[in-house]
Structure formats: C-alpha cells, structure tokens
Design a protein around this ligand. Structure first.
Ligand code: SF4
Ligand code: SF4
Length: 385
C-alpha cells in the first residue's frame, strides 16, 4: 500500500556545499546569499579551500526578488535554472557566481517536521480579519469561513499510527526522489507524530515542490510518499479506513483552542482536481483572480488567464472561491453551530499526493524502489504543552 501527502511544510531546509574560489585564495565565507535569500554559511569553515557549506531555510524570504522564498529557490534549482550566488569572504572580498544544481558537489533537502499525521481546520472566531499562514486572503471574521490542511486517509502516519512499519532509515520518496526517514521530527508526540527526512535534490520533480503565498508570507511546499507493508491485521484495519473515519479538528485561528470536530470525509469527496474553463471567462473589466493564485499557476496572455500550469497548481481552490464562473472545484461546506460554513481554501493537495503515491507504486512494481525494513523504531514523546 502506498501512502502520501503533499502540503505546505515550513520545516524544510536545503544543505549545500560547492566551490566559490580556487584553494588558498580566501580564508572562509562569512555571508552568502542565493537569489537574494540569506543563508547560514557553515558549520564547517572549509578554511582556505574556496568551498562553502551552507544551509537555507525553505521559509527564508529573498531580499532581491519579490514573493520568492527558499521553497521557490529549491524548485527552480530542481528545474535546472541558474541561481545567483553572492558571497563575502572573511577578507571582505565579494564573489558573484552563477551556478546550477548540477554544479554543486552536495545538495540535499532535509525536513525537520514533515508529513504530520494530518492537521487541523481553522475558523476565525474574532470580530476582525486576520492575516495568517492559514489563508491566502485575509481570514474573514465571525466564524464565516473555514480552511484546512491534511490529506486524510492517504497520510502515511494515518495508515500506520502505531509505527509498526515506519522507522528510522526507511527508504521513502521526497518530491519524487528516493530519500530516507531519519527519525521523529520537532514538536512530535505520540498522538500527532511527524518525521524528519533527508533526500538528494538531484532527481526531485518540480511539480511536488515550490512555494505557496499566504496572507502572511510564503510557505514552502513538499511532498512525501511512503510504502506501508500490510504486516498484520492492525495495519490492515487502519489502511482500509476511509476519510469519514479520520477526524479533523477545527481550531480557533487566534489562540488555537478546539472549537469543533468534523472528519476528512466532510472536506475530501473525490473533489481533488480544480478544472478551468476559459470559455466561461467573462473578460471582466477587473479580474478578481488574476493576481491571487498562491503558486503562480495562471498562464496570462493580454491581461487574461488563458490556461493553468498544472505543474504549479496546488488545487487549493482560492481561484474557485474568487471566480466560480471560470474555475470549477467543489470545495464543500460544513455544518458548524447550526449554520453552513463554506470551505474557502485547502492547504494540502490531495490530487498531487495521489499522483506521488502512484509514482511510488509504479517504481515498486518496476523494481526501481528499494523496499527495506527500517533499522530501528521511531520513539515519540508524550505531548509537551
Ligand atoms: S477569470 Fe473570472 S474574474 Fe477573471 S476575468 Fe474571467 S470571469 Fe472575470
Ligand atoms: S487551484 Fe487555482 S488558485 Fe489554487 S493553485 Fe490552482 S490555479 Fe492557483
């Protein structure tokens, strides 16, 4: 059985090592930016080697390019684009260089908190709009709309909640490339586990990566797929669970108190793919959607949206909410405190997750994916408040 999730994952970072100058010329590099994104050079100084090791956060924002973060950079690198590196040495010398992913000696993506066992839905219970990472537009007040994250019954931990097959050293797919589960992630606890992963960037697929613009800045996108062997009845009983049997907690956006509970069956209902109908576009004087796609998936010609870049579309539904005439996606409504609440945004892409789970299945069938046992169990903590 293959499981997967594709979602906003703040806890990712790129770890790189590459040459910037000939050996013996400069002592070490103190400040390095890639496409205007500040990085953390080190920890190894590589003294007088001309090589820099560095870490870039997926959430770090570029100081040179608008709406561009580490997640955007990682995707462009995987697409094979040239990136601009600006480095200052300990001597005060500045080096400018253009480079591609293939020129870098080491390039891996690490996740510190990934594939959380599903997530939550959010409602704004305040009387004012809130800019937040849980919404593309300012979150409307007075419990009037809902956004949610989580791939429901397809999530890896959901299918093996007692960690009988998931463990340290397990081969997994990260953004379409083979990597490893390396342990429990930060802020993990038994009821809400998450994982740390590591995978080479070379070989990843851009469609599973990128950045998602929220009303409070950009968040990186990442996708994970994991095979789960049906070892016993317990795992089988979890695997056959449907979205209707997977709870989805509703939290108050400000304060994060629980205000309700529904199931993933209330939000996912074979409504995974957004369909665009250009013939239904009314060529409005001012398009409500044109600059509101969080992943820049619109292909615009002469001021009109003419098509969707499917490798970028996250099936989030923001365009459907803004213009139901041209964008078709049943976002569903939920019952909450006696009224019907519209779902206005999905921050997980179930369609993309299914695609990755299918890629993993196909790799297993062709013998292109190493099915191995983990080397040790995952040890999760009790909840820390
Ligand atoms: S996409 Fe929708 S809002 Fe934009 S011009 Fe067409 S009909 Fe109008
Ligand atoms: S569903 Fe619409 S708004 Fe969302 S990523 Fe796709 S094109 Fe953009």
């Amino acid at each position: 059985m293959t499981t997967a999730t594709k979602a906003l994952m703040s806890g990712i970072m790129g770890i790189f090592s590459f040459r910037l100058s000939p050996p013996k010329t400069l002592r070490k590099f103190m400040e390095v930016q890639i496409n205007g994104i500040p990085t953390f050079p080190g920890p190894c100084p590589n003294e007088y080697l001309g090589i820099v090791d560095l870490i870039i956060y997926g959430t770090a924002q570029s100081q040179a390019i608008e709406n561009y973060c580490g997640g955007s950079l990682f995707r462009e690198m995987v697409e094979g684009k040239l990136v601009n590196i600006s480095a200052k040495s300990a001597e005060g010398e500045t080096i400018e260089k253009e480079m591609k992913l293939e020129d870098m000696q080491f390039a891996k993506l690490m996740g510190t908190r990934q594939a959380i066992k599903n997530y939550n839905a959010m409602i704004n219970c305040e009387s004012y709009q809130v800019d937040t990472i849980f919404s593309c537009l300012p979150f409307e007040p007075n419990k009037s709309e809902l956004t949610f994250s989580g791939c429901g019954a397809l999530n890896p931990f959901q299918n093996d909640p007692e960690f009988e097959s998931l463990g340290v050293g397990l081969p997994i797919l990260v953004n379409g490339n083979i990597g490893h589960l390396i342990g429990p992630g930060t802020r993990n606890y038994i009821a809400k586990p998450n994982m740390m992963t590591m995978a080479p960037m070379r070989g990843m697929k851009p469609e599973y990566m990128g950045a998602f613009k929220t009303s409070c800045g950009l968040e990186p996108i990442c996708s994970i797929a994991i095979p789960i062997p049906i070892l016993n009845e317990n795992i089988f009983n979890n695997i056959v669970k449907s979205d209707k049997e997977v709870p989805l907690t509703i939290l108050s956006l400000v304060g994060r108190e629980k205000v309700g509970e529904i199931t993933y069956g209330d939000v996912w209902d074979n409504n995974f793919l957004m369909k665009f109908n250009p013939d239904a576009c009314e060529n409005c004087e001012e398009c409500k959607a044109i600059d509101k796609c969080p992943t820049n998936a619109f292909i615009v010609k002469n001021g009109l949206i003419t098509a969707i870049d499917r490798s970028r579309c996250f099936n989030c539904g923001n365009c459907t909410y803004l213009c139901p005439e041209a964008f078709n996606l049943d976002l569903n409504k939920i019952k909450f405190e006696g009224s019907e609440l519209p779902i206005v945004l999905r921050q997980s892409d179930r369609y993309g997750a299914i695609k990755l789970a299918e890629q993993l299945k196909s790799m297993i069938l062709k013998g292109d994916f190493p099915l191995r046992k983990p080397i040790s169990k995952l040890q999760f903590a009790e909840e820390v408040k």
